[in-house]
Design a binder for this molecule. Sequence first.
Ligand code: ASC
Length: 150
Amino acid sequence: MKVFALVAAAATLIAVAAPASAQFAKPEDAIKYRQSSLFVMGQHFGRVGAMASGRAPFDAKVAADNAEIVASMAKLPWAGFGPGTDKGTTKAKAEIWTEQAKFKDSSDKLIVESGKLAAAAKTGNLDAVKTAFAATAATCKACHDAFRAQ
Ligand code: ASC
């Protein structure tokens, strides 16, 4: 019974950890993966942004649902920036690979700020959402300015 429980726990851990440590058959797949996850994240972030800016009426449940997706998606793209994925259909700058600590710091900031955004959205307080949205968007912009070609 004990061994079974251990095996079950390990299987669960692997299943949960797998997306964040995605392995790719070829570099193009990694590029497609990071672009797709950034695109999906951007779509959901935009829905929160529309409410934060007043372009859409504030609906606390919609904001919370979308912000939670952003916070989850924020963990994914980075596995797609492995070695050998710097060439192809990509705006990724060489600095991603030559300044890896800085790039990691940038992605970590997004993960932290989008987590705060999700927490803010759960409170249902629009002002808190506005503040956290701005802080999160600033991490998007800083990383794009440093690491994404125009
Ligand atoms: C968005 C989006 C981004 C960021 C960035 C913030 O809504 O899709 O990439 O905000 O524009 O400056």
